[in-house]
Design a protein around this ligand. Structure first.
Ligand SMILES: Nc1nc2c(ncn2[C@@H]2O[C@H](COP(=O)(O)OP(=O)(O)OP(=O)(O)O)[C@@H](O)[C@H]2O)c(=O)[nH]1
Ligand SMILES: [Mg+2]
Length: 1095
């Protein structure tokens, strides 16, 4: 526990005004864990000499070995600042892109973040990513410019050059924040405008006349896009040393400072006011020595800026004396003038850095600089903003004001962050982490009491005496062989003692009992007090408080006998822990505003959950993960008999990792999907050593592909234009046999690629044609998958007759998507296509489109919810059941076809399936239209009539003479099974054939990477990239350094071992971060069309 006692921390936990929940965020290797070490050392948990060396929060062996953090871990620290005492719940997060999901789990529990930026490397890809995450979660950042020592010792910049360099880096960081801010303000402004527009419209509607005066006024208005930006005060958002939200530091040398500290020092020395110095120490100011005045315009006048003169020069001189020149005399002088004490062994040490950090850590202790900034600038749990609360509570694109009243009232509980007895407990669990059960405090060996020590001593003495007696006996005995058997049987004393020993030891948990992993929930209390033994509700992400409140009796508590409500379970809080890095401390209760660990939830919570004592509490919005799990391997146990252990291990790993996916495929293969190579390695290690504890063999990474079709070629192999005839010939490559398992009498493929297929009972026929979507459309759909998923959910609620309560922002985004799609789908071929979209797939939100081109078939469009949002829900049962079922069958067939394509059973991408025909034969059609008639008697309220299938004539059924016979035989359900099922299969097959009738391509997954390298190794980097089919997008020199930044794309298939190879070839000077970027069609993976029929 270090210097602070547990009691002290418990006391501090009760005062939320003095609590700061913060995380440290940065690009990989910018020094987060080193900084955390310095802060941990300030509490005496590790010695300050070891700070930066132990990397205390990197508790895993592989973290220490590889030198990178792989999980986020928390520690509670105490800090006395002025009169006040603070409790800091600090979370260190990983910077490697593979573990970015761990960052999301950390950010959610915090109110503020310390963003660390390497003073040499500046803003890197993950710096931008973490700033965006902090922004999305509405938490406030402060900045630490770390590794300042590198400017002196590596780049060898002068203090003035360093100043310019730092200004540039600060500019870069602020540019990222600025762009986030601008987009948000503009978005909000648009929302506000639209709302006002609507209000006006409503007023106009109610008054009955469109007032002309208003219109003319509207016409005069000039659209001023910047208005919103100017009104909004954004000064607190930017990092600026004079605002006190920037610390300059070298974590490795143990120093750090903010402008305030120097302002304080110099205001006393020079007699200039503290505030004046605070405002002028950073910027274009200089000191006029004669007039003893601070003046503006240092640059113009060629003077040394104040920051250089009063701050940097001091540090530069110290480094020069201690590290570069090793000038003992000068050092001694400086030590005296700074008033610090240096131990003799430090000044004698062969490594000058030891002396340096001994001086610096007393002169400008980094922990003080960072912690005081944290206490001053980061908000306490009491300062949580209304905006953040509403966002957290509005899961599933729901509008906050559409939540039940009792749920809305909970907002106050969040804002008050009260620990009163009557307020409901609200806790969010952001991840589950595995702990060796032996490491839990309740299972740890506690120190023995005096009495127990005495008892043990007595036992040991007795045992010793017995052994002596036995030995004597043995010596006396004549037959040694007999004696050994005698000793065993004739030693009642020894046995007695050992059994006593066992019974004594029995008080401690047995090894077998605890040698297993348990899970602790990484959580934060937002309201109320969690207590050990308390009964709570666990709310799943799909829990609906309105439904819960209506199903549960009034005033129902988790301790009552609760009726079954979907996505709601009850459980007991077994144990509560204070998270202390590698250690846990048991707690009885944890009040609001604190980060904590909860034991006993593993059977109820998989990865994250909301926990509350009130059923009115909504589930929190899901965590926002940036990484896409893309690297998959098949795993199996070395010994097949150990399969159950593997399965159990996979289950544990799945729970312990926020983003790994573990699947058992239809083929029975066990698959592990991870975010990248490093993540994969960690997951495999975890499986082998912790969760399954068996030998596992993993396949080579399975490269993901997407399947697509492209336009038929316009030129042949020798670049000659293909005539129409030839083109046809290419498309019409004849296949020898009919496709397996399908007789060709139900299948017809015409030269344009239109595939017509009947169900086995020949009652239904579909005609489908596949074509490639324009590239931009595919990209847009791929990027908007979340939105499309929301759209699909909205349509689903509409179909189920539920009312639509969706935030205006979501509706606006949907309308925008529709508009953009319409803009991209131009030309005769795509006429009216956007309105005709039937579904997206696979999984209903993928980047493929099903288009309704059936003549006379009208169905509600997918954009239905846009016009419905205002008018309320569609009355249930308006759409005839049979039609809807069959409509669903078409969609389901399409979903199946897009989920796994014919080339290698990988999902499709960028394909449009247009349904040109959909016939239902007489028997079926009669039933359908009968029902349709009765159903359409119910008037619709929007004019968009529900589906009616126009029974089409038979003669179009080219080449399918047997259809008539089939029709006569068939009833609505026959030996082939229900019609809906047959239609699904027929639709799926039709799509597959339509796909194969076009030139097919595989698309490869691509990574982007940013590589930073010095000029000397640039050539080697290009070499490695070239060998692996990487493409350099651009290259530029990083300002102020001798580094080049190369942006490149690289196929995932070629990426394994890439980072290692680059690191080796450049002697560790360049280390790339691979981030999944997009899918790209590969020419070399082309497959010719396969028409699947005989001509
Ligand atoms: N020169 C210099 N090196 C530093 C400083 N701080 C950290 N380092 C070094 O930078 C490397 C990375 O430090 P870490 O603290 O592990 O970085 P991190 O940000 O936690 O890295 P991840 O958790 O893997 O993202 C280590 O070798 C540190 O010794 C510093 O102030 N100056
Ligand atoms: Mg780290």
């Amino acid at each position: 526990m270090g210097l602070t006692s547990l009691d002290k921390i418990i006391a501090l936990q009760k005062n939320p005004a003095n609590i700061r929940n913060l995380c440290i965020l940065a690009h990989v290797d910018h020094g987060k864990t080193t900084l955390a070490d310095c802060l941990v050392a300030s509490n005496g948990i590790i010695s300050s000499r070891l700070a930066g060396k132990v990397r205390y929060l990197d508790s895993r062996e592989d973290e220490q070995l590889r030198g990178i953090t792989m999980k986020s871990s928390a520690i509670s620290l105490h800090y006395a600042f002025g009169e006040k005492e603070y409790l800091l719940n600090l979370i260190d997060s990983p910077g490697h892109v593979d573990f970015s999901s761990e960052v999301s789990t950390a950010v959610r529990l915090c109110d503020g973040a310390v963003v660390v930026v390497d003073a040499v490397e500046g803003v890197c890809p993950q710096t931008q990513a973490v700033l965006r995450q902090a922004w999305l979660e509405n938490i406030r950042p402060v900045l630490v410019l770390n590794k300042m020592d590198r400017l002196i010792t590596e780049l060898k910049l002068t203090s003035l050059e360093a100043f310019t360099h730092l200004q540039k880096i600060l500019g870069q960081v602020n540019a990222v924040t600025g762009s986030l801010f601008t987009s948000k303000v503009l978005e909000e402004r648009a929302e506000k405008e639209e709302w006002e527009e609507k209000k006006k419209e409503m007023e106009r509607d109610s008054s009955g006349t469109g007032s002309q005066a208003e219109e003319s006024q509207g016409a005069d208005q000039v659209y001023d896009w910047s208005a919103g930006l100017e009104e909004t005060d954004d000064s607190h958002l930017y990092f600026s040393p004079d605002q006190g939200n920037v610390v300059f530091a070298s974590a490795i040398d143990g120093w750090g400072f903010s402008i305030q500290q120097f302002a304080h020092i110099y205001s006393q020395k020079m007699g200039i006011k503290d505030e004046v110095l605070r405002k002028t120490l950073w910027g274009d100011f200089f000191l006029n020595a004669k007039a003893k005045k601070i003046m503006k315009g240092a640059q113009a006048k060629g003077k040394k800026p104040l920051f250089v003169q009063l701050v940097l020069d001091n540090i530069w001189t110290l480094y020069d004396a201690v590290v570069t020149k090793r000038d003992k005399e000068k050092v001694e002088k400086m030590v005296t003038s700074l008033g610090v004490k240096v131990m003799a062994r430090d000044s004698r040490h062969s490594d000058p850095k030891v002396l340096l950090s001994a001086i610096c850590s007393q002169w400008l202790p980094i922990s003080q600089a960072v912690l005081s900034m944290v206490c001053e600038k980061l908000p306490s749990p009491l300062d949580i903003s209304t905006e953040r609360v509403e966002r957290l509570m509005s899961a599933g694109a729901r509008r906050f004001d559409s939540l039940p009243e009792r749920t809305q009232e909970l907002k106050n509980a969040f804002i008050q962050c009260s620990s009163d007895a009557e307020v409901p407990v609200i806790v969010f669990v952001s991840k589950m982490f595995a702990v060796d059960a032996k490491a839990l405090p309740q299972n740890k060996q506690r120190p023995l009491t005096q009495e127990e020590i005495g008892q043990r001593r007595e036992l040991a003495r007795q045992r010793h005496a017995d052994r002596m007696a036995a030995n004597q006996q043995a010596e006396c005995s004549v037959d040694p062989a007999q004696s050994s058997s005698d000793t065993q049987s004739a030693q009642p004393g020894v046995e007695d003692v050992s059994s006593q020993m066992e019974s004594l030891a029995g008080k401690e948990p047995r090894v077998e009992e605890v040698a297993r992993e348990t899970f602790v929930a990484f959580a934060r209390v937002y309201s109320g007090v969690v207590r050990r033994g308390q009964r709570v509700f666990i709310l799943g992400p799909k829990y609906d408080p309105a439904q819960g409140l209506s199903m549960l009796p009034e005033g129902c508590m988790a301790s009552d006998c609760v009726p079954a409500v979907p996505h709601l379970t009850c459980c007991t809080v077994n144990s509560l822990y204070l998270l202390m890095g590698r250690e846990l401390e048991e707690l009885e209760e944890v009040p609001s505003g604190n980060v904590l660990g909860i034991g006993g939830l593993e059977d109820f919570v998989l990865k994250s959950a909301t926990v509350s004592t009130s059923p009115a509490c909504p589930p929190f919005i899901p965590l926002n993960f940036e990484a896409t799990p893309i690297v998959r391997v098949a795993i199996e146990p070395k010994h097949p008999s150990e399969m159950p252990k593997l399965v159990r291990g996979m289950r544990l790993l799945n729970q312990a990792d926020p983003c790994a996916e573990l699947l058992i495929q239809e083929t029975g293969e066990h698959v592990l999907v991870t975010a990248g190579e490093v993540h994969l390695q960690r997951c495999l290690d975890d499986l082998r050593e912790r969760f399954a504890k068996i030998e596992i063999s993993a396949s080579k990474p399975i490269i993901p592909f997407r399947e697509t079709v492209v336009r038929p070629p316009k030129v042949d192999m020798v670049n000659e234009e293909l005539g129409r005839q030839q083109k046809m010939a290419i498309i019409h490559q004849v296949k020898e046999e009919a496709p397996q398992g399908r007789s060709s009498d139900t299948l017809h493929v015409d030269p344009s690629g239109l595939v017509t297929l009947s169900t086995p009972n020949r009652l239904a026929t579909v005609g489908v044609c596949a074509s490639p979507l324009p590239e931009e459309v595919t990209r847009l759909l791929d990027a908007s998958s979340e939105l499309v998923r929301t759209l699909e959910q909205l349509n689903m609620s509409l179909r189920e007759g539920r009312s639509l309560q969706v935030s205006p922002r979501t509706l606006e985004a949907i309308a925008d998507l529709k508009g953009r799609l319409a803009g991209l789908l131009q030309g005769h071929k795509w006429k009216n296509a956007v309105e005709r979209i039937w579904a997206f797939g696979p999984r209903r939100y993928g980047p493929n489109i099903l288009l309704n081109s059936v003549e006379g078939y009208q169905r509600p469009s997918v954009w239905h919810c846009l016009d419905r949002a205002e008018k309320g829900a569609e009355p249930a049962g308006q759409c005839p059941a049979v039609l809807r079922d069959l409509d669903n069958s078409i969609v389901s067939g399409f979903q199946l076809a897009t989920l796994s394509g014919p080339m290698c059973e990988e999902p499709l991408m960028g394909v449009c399936f247009s349904v040109e025909r959909w016939d239902l034969q007489q028997a079926q059609a009669t039933t359908v239209s009968d029902r349709a008639e009765t159903a359409t008697a119910v008037p619709g309220d929007d004019g968009a009539d529900p589906a009616v299938v126009a029974p089409e004539e038979e003669e179009e059924e080219g080449g399918d003479g047997q259809a008539t016979r089939g029709r006569e035989e068939a009833g609505s359900a026959d030996c082939y099974g229900p019609v809906s099922g047959q239609l699904i299969a027929a639709m799926k097959e039709a799509c597959r054939h339509a796909f194969q009738a076009k030139p097919q391509r595989l698309m490869a997954a691509m990574y982007t990477c940013e590589i930073m390298a010095t000029a000397e190794v640039l050539g080697r980097v290009y070499g490695v990239l070239g060998k692996r089919e990487g493409r350099v997008l651009h290259e530029e020199m990083k300002e102020g350094t001798d580094m080049f930044i190369i942006n490149a794309v690289l196929p995932v298939a070629e990426s394994f071992g890439f980072a290692d190879e680059i690191r080796k070839r450049t002697s560790g000077l360049a280390s790339p971060q691979l981030v999944f970027s997009h899918w790209e069609p590969e020419a070399k993976l082309a497959v010719q069309p396969d028409l699947g029929y005989e001509e």
